[in-house]
Design a protein around this ligand. Structure first.
Ligand code: GTP
Ligand code: MG
Length: 285
């Protein structure tokens, strides 16, 4: 059985991760029959039925009481506790590969709980070492119309890409309210982004945002990006194509990584043989 592709859905609080996961499940139902894992211990309810739900293992309100924590500390601790059992989750995913082609992960609202915690790294690395794994970063098109907010969101996305080193897709969500054309234009045309900053010229952050935008040029040039509405379902066809491309990219990367490792090993072996040979020939002289 081929390994199922794991899709980790990340994004700022309220960007629409859960709604996106829900729509993605319905779009993949006929082709990939997704296996769904909810990693958000603090959500009240999910619009989908999860195959594995962190809330079945840890009660985040109880964790709060037991360890005398605030809400954020409790979410982090709940995820840490769940991660201690992640070996069992991997086992369940392996079993699920008989029936499911995709495994979709919904993550906590507070993005840093997943992206800057040990448990987030352990989960991501455990998945990526065994299954094709990709990241989908959801962006709220409505909230990102301000250039400064857009820039900070992109910097966050960029930091996640470099931290995980996994194929990465930016999904601009809520296009039923605000189209994502402005974001695409800002990514590919620096002058357009600078024009949008027009009324910020006297702001002390102006030159910083301009330089950041130039620095992100390389990030933008290789980026897979699409616009969707998790309410109407618009844009999901393109999104699914990008998912396929990202999964292929993971496979190519894994192959090239393994080849590099093999080559490295061969060179080490040849060097080792030459050293032995030199030592033996000196001994014989
Ligand atoms: N109009 C519109 N609203 C959306 C869309 N996607 C999500 N929403 C709304 O945005 C709000 C937040 O959506 P969620 O799916 O809960 O977002 P989330 O990122 O999972 O939120 P947290 O887990 O709390 O961080 C809800 O009111 C959704 O109905 C969309 O594509 N269009
Ligand atoms: Mg959510």
């Amino acid at each position: 059985m081929p390994n199922p592709a794991c899709i980790i859905v990340l994004g700022m609080a309220g960007a629409g991760k859960t709604s996106f996961v829900s729509k993605l499940i319905s779009k993949l139902q006929n082709t990939g029959k997704p296996y769904v894992i909810n990693l958000d211990p603090a959500c009240k309810e999910t619009p989908y039925s999860a195959n594995i739900d962190i809330r079945d293992t840890v009660n985040y309100k109880e964790v709060m009481k037991q360890y005398n924590l605030g809400p954020n500390g409790s979410i982090v601790t709940s995820l840490n506790l769940f991660t201690t059992k992640f070996g069992q989750v991997i086992e369940l995913i392996r079993k699920a590969s008989k029936e499911h082609s995709y495994v979709i992960f919904d993550t906590p609202g507070q993005i840093e709980v997943f992206t800057w915690s040990a448990s987030g790294s352990i989960i991501t690395e455990a998945l990526a070492s065994e299954f094709p794994t990709i990241i989908i970063y959801t962006v709220d098109t409505v909230r990102s119309v301000s250039p400064a907010t857009f820039m900070s969101n992109m910097l966050y996305a960029c930091s996640i890409l470099y931290k995980t080193k996994l194929p990465f897709i930016i999904v601009m969500n809520k296009i039923d309210v605000v189209e994502h054309n402005y974001a695409i234009e800002w990514m590919h045309d620096f002058m357009a982004f600078q024009d949008a900053l027009e009324n910020m010229e006297n702001d002390y952050t102006y030159s910083l945002i301009c330089s950041m935008s130039l620095a992100l040029d390389e990030f933008y040039s290789h980026l897979k990006c699409c616009g969707v509405s998790s309410v109407t379902g618009d844009g999901f066809d393109e999104c699914l194509k990008l998912v396929e491309t990202a999964v292929d990219e993971y496979e190519r990367y894994r192959l090239s990584h393994q080849l590099t490792m093999l080559l490295h090993f061969d060179i080490m072996l040849i060097r080792y043989c030459i050293t032995i040979f030199t030592l033996v020939s000196k001994e014989l002289e």
